[in-house]
Design a protein around this ligand. Sequence first.
Ligand code: HEC
Length: 236
Amino acid sequence: MTRVLVRPGSSIVTAFLITAPLICVATANAQGPSLEQQLLSEPVQDLAADAREKGDATRGAFLFHSPGLGCVKCHGTSPSETSFGPDLASWKKTVDDNHLAESVLQPSKKIDPQYQSLMVVTSDGRTLAGVQRARDQKSLTIQTGVGKTDIVSISLDDIEFEKQTEVSVMPAGQVNALRRRQEFLDLISYLIAIRDGGSEAADRLRPSAGPERPGWSGARPARIRPEWGTVPTRRQ
Ligand code: HEC
């Protein structure tokens, strides 16, 4: 029998320890459909019904606030001037459970008209993509990201071309950051709880700041869509 003596800590062992889990993850992904594909293959009514029955809103709140998922980067549960998306604890209209599940899975299927995405090309050749914040006879204000400096005003005279886009600012595929279907049910259960209980429920369910949220900073601007990161913006 051949025995290969490897000291623990040697580079071979270290290399194996580092690559083995990566190989396992890669194989797992290659074998099955992604969580997003799995969930999309189910009728949305079933997901919503299971969320009501089996979802845990407290765990969902934790996921919603976790940096890994990043929902709070855009959906503050208390209004702030830089919120990119709607405050999900204060609905101006009634949305049903199916819509909640669908909005997370397929953000572009139904876009709230107030958050319609815009693409603007200026006469000096800049391209801006984001959500309209204000418009009057002279200028357009567009929000291109979650940072305070991502709100840009452009004079209408400087706009060469403008078009509404069919893609929501909210990224698709976010559910793949979840580990299993149950976590999706928990997340939807949380959205149902804050829809029904408003900001009081959001405050009650909010995970306390602490070591569970390492490195989290609500103020950190995020470039969620890679292509937006390359868009040159002139700050005013
Ligand atoms: C890059 C910013 C961004 C991120 C990150 C984001 N959202 Fe959104 N979300 C939006 C915007 C903008 C809208 C409104 C436009 C639309 O309906 O697609 C929206 C809409 C929604 C709606 C539907 C609201 C309605 O009135 O129809 C739900 C529910 C929702 N988001 C949940 C989530 C959850 C859960 C997460 C985390 C997994 C998340 N969002 C992450 C920006 C974001």
